[in-house]
Design a protein around this ligand. Structure first.
Ligand SMILES: [Fe+2]
Length: 196
């Protein structure tokens, strides 16, 4: 079984698990069909998001651990801001998958010790649009998460990338993830610069 086939099989597992849970709940008359269907929808996307998070970690241990740290920080912020359940879920998945596009960037650039040259810098910046493209292919709710992933390196002053968005043009969840991402990167050892 090649790598892509293994990934597809793994992606199917949460959907199958959720479908089985729906059937058992419906048969037990604890849920209506609509409620059971909604649970399948939520569980399938949650399972897919968690699995994609594991794929990021398998591809690069530092990036995977960093993404999980950013999830904890972002959810702390969400609780402080009293965001509702839907906003928290979007934020959680956005934080977990914000760097998934780095899978498409050569490892010698992602893990290069020291500074990147201008050409390497342009390549690593593509992880934002690559991440969005991957999540849009999953579709549904993950497409919304993709927009946040695309915008997590925008800056309030408009000097970020990939779109140069400024201020409130930047999706709210992307602003929170950007702050948590920067805080975690500055306070942990990382391949390119080390900790502050
Ligand atoms: Fe990033």
């Amino acid at each position: 079984m090649n790598f892509i086939t293994q990934i597809l099989v793994l992606l199917a597992i949460p959907v199958l698990n959720a479908s089985l849970a729906m059937l058992l709940a419906y048969r037990g008359h604890t849920l209506t069909v609509a409620e059971a269907a909604q649970e399948v929808y939520d569980d399938a996307y949650r399972g897919t998001a968690l699995l994609l998070g594991d794929v990021v970690e398998a591809d690069d241990t530092y990036t995977g651990e960093h993404c999980k740290d950013v999830v904890h920080l972002a959810l702390d912020v969400a609780r402080e801001l009293k965001l509702d359940g839907e906003q928290q879920r979007t934020l959680e998945f956005g934080a977990l998958l914000h760097d998934i596009g780095k899978i498409a960037v050569p490892k010698e650039i992602v893990n290069k010790p020291g500074k990147l040259d201008p050409q390497e810098w342009e390549i690593i910046k593509t992880h934002t649009v690559e991440g969005q493209r991957m999540l849009e292919r999953v579709g549904g709710f993950m497409g919304n998460v993709g927009q946040i992933v695309r915008s997590h390196h925008e800056r309030w002053d408009g000097h970020g990338y990939p779109d140069g968005l400024a201020g409130a043009e930047i999706p709210f969840a992307a602003r929170i993830i950007s702050c948590c991402d920067a805080f975690n990167a500055m306070t942990t050892d990382r391949p390119s610069t080390g900790t502050l």
